[in-house]
Design a protein around this ligand. Structure first.
Ligand SMILES: [Zn+2]
Length: 160
């Protein structure tokens, strides 16, 4: 079966940066399950998988614009330490979840100077070319319930 919108796809994947270092991989674990056409994967990977079928191996390099974005200086802000919860020991490299106008974001502390903390909400993989190698394990139609929930049920997905 081909990969197209509203189908459930199980993949094994390896993601490398341009130096060949492995950033993430499903090897040795469960395959990743997602619904095609729902923005569950980065845009460039979803696009590369469209029309492929089970059993195929796909290698694709995804540019930052279709991956985790281009580094955006507007996503860097300085805030007073006291505005952060549990602000006892704020150190460079710490990460926080926070709400922004773009939804939930992960903020990384990039500097602490006096009472001011610099937070960077750019994705840690912003500006990186994503080199994926994907094995398509299986493709099936999503159930009505899965489409309503926006996620996969059963193997590789939610159990509830
Ligand atoms: Zn569900």
């Amino acid at each position: 079966m081909d990969i197209s919108a509203d189908r459930v796809v199980l993949i094994h994947y390896t993601l490398k940066d341009d130096s060949g270092a492995v950033i993430d991989s499903s090897a040795g674990g469960e395959p990743l399950a997602y619904i095609q056409g729902h923005g569950n994967l980065v845009a460039g990977l979803e696009k590369a998988l469209e029309g492929k079928h089970d059993g195929e191996t796909v290698e694709v390099s995804v540019a930052p614009a279709e991956g985790y974005g281009v580094h955006d200086a507007a996503l860097i802000q300085r805030v007073p330490k006291r505005s952060l919860q549990g602000s006892g020991q704020i150190k460079k490299g710490m990460q926080f979840q926070g709400r922004t106008e773009h939804g939930m974001r992960l903020f990384t502390v990039t500097a602490v100077v006096g009472d001011m903390v610099t937070l960077d909400a750019n994705h840690p993989l912003a500006d990186k070319t994503l080199n994926f190698k994907v094995e398509i394990v299986s493709v099936r139609e999503a159930t009505t319930e899965e489409l309503e929930h926006g996620h996969v049920h059963g193997a590789g997905g939610h159990h509830h």
